[in-house]
Design a protein around this ligand. Structure first.
Ligand SMILES: *Cc1c(COP(=O)(O)O)cnc(C)c1O
Length: 372
C-alpha cells in the first residue's frame, strides 16, 4: 500500500462544486484583483482568526515582508527569529534590508526558546518573529513580556498554524501582526499562492492595506513605497470555499495524531522514535506536520519509507544560520546546537485529514520493520 505524505485530491470533492462555481463567476465578471471576493474572504478569515483586522496578501512570505515594511524595519535593524523554520522567515528579514539574528529553539516544542531571546537582543533589535512550527504555537507569554520590556514588535509567523491556539488565544492575535500562508500544502491552501496578515491595531491595518497596493490609498497618490502584495480574487474565493471545512480537517489531523500515539506505543518504539509533544500552553495543535525525532538511523528510516512508497520529508535538513546565502552572518555548525540536532533527527510522516487507520497501521509497521 502506497501512502502519500499529503493527498490534496482526497479533500477536493468537499468543496469542488462551490469552488468551480466561484471561479466561473470570476471569469465571467473578469474581476480578478481586489473587489468583493477578496473583501468577503478577508471578513471570513478575520472572524475565523478572532482578530480585529485582516488583509489578504500575495503569499505567506509577502505577509512577513509587508509586516516588517509596515514597521519601517530595514537597514541597520535587527530582527530575531529561529534558525529552525522554513526559509521565508529569515528571508523576509533580509529582503527588507535588516539583519536576521537567530535564536535557538526548544527541543520539545521545536519553537523559539524564550529563555535564549534576551541574549540575542542588542540596541538595534526592532522585532521578534516567533514561528508556530508544524501547527503548534510558540510560548507567547514570555515572548510578549520580553517584547514589552525592550519595546519590540512581535510578528507571529503562523504560516503553518492558522486556527491553532495558545492558552485559548488564536494564532496571530497575540503579537502585533499575524502572518499566514495559503500555499497548497498548508492546512488552508488555495489554488496557488496567497497569504494573510492579521492585526488588532487599526493604524497598522490601514498601513498594511496601503503598502499592499504600492503605498497608495487614492489612485496615483503614494504615501509610502509599498509593492504589489495583493491577493487575487480566485485565491480568495477558493479559501472562502474551504474555510467552513477547516476545523473539521484540523480535528481529523488531531485524531490521526492520537491514533499514531496509540499505535507507536503498542509497537514499543518509544526508545527509538520520539513523537511530537503537545507542550503546556498549547490549547490547539493543528498538526500541519507530524514530526518524529529519530536520533539514530533517521536517514535509514527516510530511505526505507521512500522505498516502500510511504511519503515522508525532512523539515528542515539544514539550519538557516549556515545557509550559503547567510554566510555573511559568520555562523558555523554548532552555534545553535538544538537546531543542528533536530536537523539531523527529524522526519515528518503522513498526517493529512483523509489518512485512514489502515494507512497509519502500514506506516507504523514499516517504521518498526526498518528500525527493528
Ligand atoms: C510556508 C511558510 C512561509 C511562506 O509562505 P508562502 O505562502 O509559501 O510564501 C513562511 N513561514 C513558514 C514557517 C512557512 O511554513
Amino acid at each position: 500500500m502506497q501512502v502519500p505524505l499529503l493527498d490534496l485530491k482526497a479533500q477536493f470533492s468537499c468543496y469542488k462544486d462551490a469552488a468551480l462555481k466561484e471561479i466561473q463567476e470570476i471569469a465571467e465578471a473578469q474581476y480578478f484583483i481586489n473587489g468583493p471576493k477578496v473583501e468577503k474572504a478577508e471578513k471570513e478569515l478575520n472572524d475565523y482568526c478572532q482578530s480585529e483586522f485582516a488583509v489578504g496578501v500575495s503569499s505567506g512570505s509577502d505577509a512577513l515582508i509587508i509586516s516588517l515594511m509596515a514597521e519601517d524595519i530595514g537597514h541597520g535593524d535587527e530582527v530575531i527569529c529561529p534558525p529552525f523554520t522554513f526559509f521565508a522567515t529569515a528571508g523576509a528579514i533580509h529582503r527588507v534590508g535588516a539583519k536576521p539574528v537567530f535564536c535557538d529553539v526548544d527541543e520539545t516544542s521545536f519553537n523559539i526558546d524564550p529563555e535564549k531571546i534576551r541574549a540575542a537582543i542588542t540596541p538595534n533589535t526592532k522585532a521578534i518573529i516567533p514561528v508556530h512550527l508544524f501547527g503548534q504555537m510558540a510560548d507567547m507569554d514570555p515572548i510578549m513580556d520580553i517584547a514589552k520590556e525592550y519595546n519590540l514588535i512581535v510578528i507571529e509567523d503562523g504560516a503553518q498554524a492558522i486556527g491553532s491556539e495558545y492558552k485559548g488565544k488564536k494564532a496571530g492575535t497575540i503579537g502585533d501582526y499575524g502572518c499566514f500562508s495559503f500555499f497548497p500544502s498548508k492546512n488552508l491552501g488555495a489554488f496557488g499562492d496567497g497569504g494573510l496578515v492579521t492585526t488588532n491595531c487599526e493604524k497598522k491595518y490601514k498601513k498594511l492595506k496601503s503598502l499592499r497596493n504600492h503605498g497608495s490609498e487614492v489612485k496615483y497618490f503614494h504615501d509610502y513605497v509599498g509593492g504589489n502584495f495583493r491577493l487575487d480574487a480566485i485565491q480568495a474565493a477558493v479559501v472562502s470555499c474551504k474555510l467552513p471545512f477547516l476545523d473539521s480537517w484540523h480535528e481529523a489531523r488531531a485524531k490521526n495524531a492520537a491514533y499514531y500515539r496509540e499505535k507507536f506505543a503498542e509497537a514499543g518504539l518509544g526508545d527509538k522514535v520520539k513523537l511530537p509533544t503537545v507542550v503546556e500552553g498549547t490549547t490547539k495543535h493543528i498538526y500541519n506536520q507530524f514530526t518524529l525525532v529519530v536520533e539514530n538511523d533517521r536517514d535509514k528510516l527516510v530511505q526505507g519509507l521512500r522505498d516502500a512508497g510511504i511519503g515522508c520529508d525532512i523539515y528542515y535538513p539544514k539550519s538557516l544560520s549556515v545557509q550559503d546565502c547567510f554566510s555573511y552572518l559568520g555562523h558555523k555548525d554548532g552555534d545553535f546546537p538544538v537546531t543542528d540536532k533536530l536537523c539531523s533527527s527529524v522526519v515528518a510522516i503522513p498526517i493529512f485529514p483523509e489518512l485512514t487507520t489502515e494507512q497509519q497501521d502500514v506506516v507504523v509497521a514499516k517504521i518498526k520493520e526498518i528500525l527493528g
